[in-house]
Design a protein around this ligand. Structure first.
Ligand code: AMP
Length: 427
């Protein structure tokens, strides 16, 4: 029988990578917490309608990339491709609505998209993000950017640039959409098929086209900023003023539209110089003031971002390595098995990371295993030690050996560990 392997586009987070992802995610949650954002989580699956309505049925995410299935009672459910619509649903359905706005929320967890797997692109990936819900102040747009920016700074991630744009609102966007349609319709034959379809379904999406034939036409395309109505223009100025106050450098990029339909006004992305083409965004976000109503809830403006953890981990300087066990407790003879288990438990209570090796292997085999484990020391328990209620403690890097009472072991291991941390190894 052929062996079963993991589904295409998924990855196992083996201990080293799991730790790296966890560190990056925890730091994001912590930075967000300092801005007053509290963590929540929502179900991995939701009613499909939430994404069809909330993300928009003209988007790639909904048209091609959703993991949708029927459950046993025939309901259509979808593995969440993003978290903004679920977070807004959770907010709207709960007592969070009663709290004074804006509500500052953060999340971190797996998302699912039936994307073409490739470098940095998975079918199950992880996002960390924040949402500020309940107020339309443009300064909040700058605040969520500041959370993301602060997080990347603390991770020591260089080579990043912030791109911002305003795509207007229900007042001014229709005229812009018309102007775009007019511009591209005149050159329809020159457009690649994918972009002809975009033009039909959602003309704004053509702006983030990476198709060759479209690039040239984009240079002369109408620009969002020339169509903004006065309130949108003022809001965009306020976002920029607040970003300057945060001392965050940015570029206004009038081609930045974001793939999801519910954005109004501010959109932004953070790019990294090492990410190329369609995958250059570390994260993106924007304002989604009309989304709550689209989902059938009372109005609740909001702004947020989502960052791909896989991409951030790939680019961030590595964190500390895996923690190694500091002590291996070995039974030397079968009579010492219970005493070795008991000693291990005691030493764990003393705060050490202890691996208990009471297997039937030879002492030589156990010592070799302990050396390879990276442990600082081995505690040996044989008949004599059991009778004398002592252990033989051996430092693996030097071979130094001491006979100690159990209550002396933890302190001694720590002394050795500190010495090793300062580079004091074998002579
Ligand atoms: P989006 O929700 O499409 O704006 O994506 C936000 C961020 O999530 C992107 O900038 C990526 O870093 C990450 N992301 C989106 N799709 C994937 C994917 N299929 N695999 C890995 N990361 C992804």
């Amino acid at each position: 029988m052929p062996a079963i392997s993991r589904p295409r586009g998924t990855d196992d987070l083996l201990p080293e990578r799991f730790r790296a992802m966890r560190r990056v995610s925890d730091l994001g949650i912590e930075v967000a917490q300092r801005f007053g954002y509290r963590q929540l989580d929502t179900p991995i699956f939701e009613a499909s309608e939430l994404f069809v309505r909330g993300v928009g049925d003209t988007t790639d995410v909904v048209r091609r990339e959703m993991y949708t299935f029927s459950d046993r009672s025939g309901r259509s459910l979808t593995l969440r491709p993003e978290a903004t619509a679920p977070v807004l649903r959770a907010f709207s359905e709960s007592q969070l609505r009663q709290l004074p706005p804006p509500l500052r929320l953060s999340y971190s967890g797996p998302m699912f998209r039936y994307d073409r797997p490739g470098k940095g692109r998975y079918r199950q990936f992880h996002q960390f993000g924040v949402e500020a819900i309940g107020e339309a102040d443009p300064e909040l747009d700058a605040e969520v950017i500041a959370v993301a920016w602060g997080w990347l700074q603390e991770l020591g991630l260089g080579g990043i640039s912030l791109q911002i744009n305003s795509i207007g609102d229900g007042e001014c966007r229709p005229a812009y959409r018309e102007a775009l349609l007019e511009h591209f319709s005149a050159h329809l034959a020159a457009l690649p098929e994918l972009d002809q379809e975009r033009l039909r379904r959602n003309p704004l999406r053509i702006l983030d086209s990476k198709e060759e034939g479209t690039e040239a036409l984009l240079a002369s395309a109408p620009r969002t900023e020339d169509f903004l109505c006065p309130p949108c223009r003022e809001a965009f100025q306020r976002v920029q003023a607040a970003l300057r106050a945060y001392a965050i450098p940015f570029e206004v990029n009038s081609r930045l539209v974001r793939g999801l339909d519910y954005y109004v006004r501010t959109t932004f992305e953070v790019w990294h110089e090492d990410l190329k083409g369609a995958q250059n965004a570390l994260f993106g976000g924007g304002r989604y003031d009309g989304l709550a109503e689209l989902l059938g809830y009372p109005p609740a403006p909001g702004v947020g971002f989502a960052a791909g953890l896989e991409r951030v981990v790939m680019l961030a300087p590595p964190g500390p390595g895996l923690e190694l066990p500091c002590l291996v407790v070995c039974s030397v003879q079968p009579v010492a098995v219970a005493a070795a288990i008991d000693a291990s438990q005691r030493l764990r209570r003393d705060g050490l990371t202890v691996i208990c090796d009471v297997g039937q292997r030879s002492l030589k085999g156990k010592m070799r295993w302990a050396e390879r484990s990276g442990a600082e020391a081995v505690a040996l328990l044989g008949e004599e030690e059991v009778l004398g209620r002592r252990v033989t403690l051996r430092r693996l890097s030097t071979g130094e050996q001491l006979g100690l009472r159990l209550d002396q072991v933890a302190d001694q291991v720590r002394v050795w560990q500190r010495a090793s941390d300062f580079g004091e190894g074998p002579d």
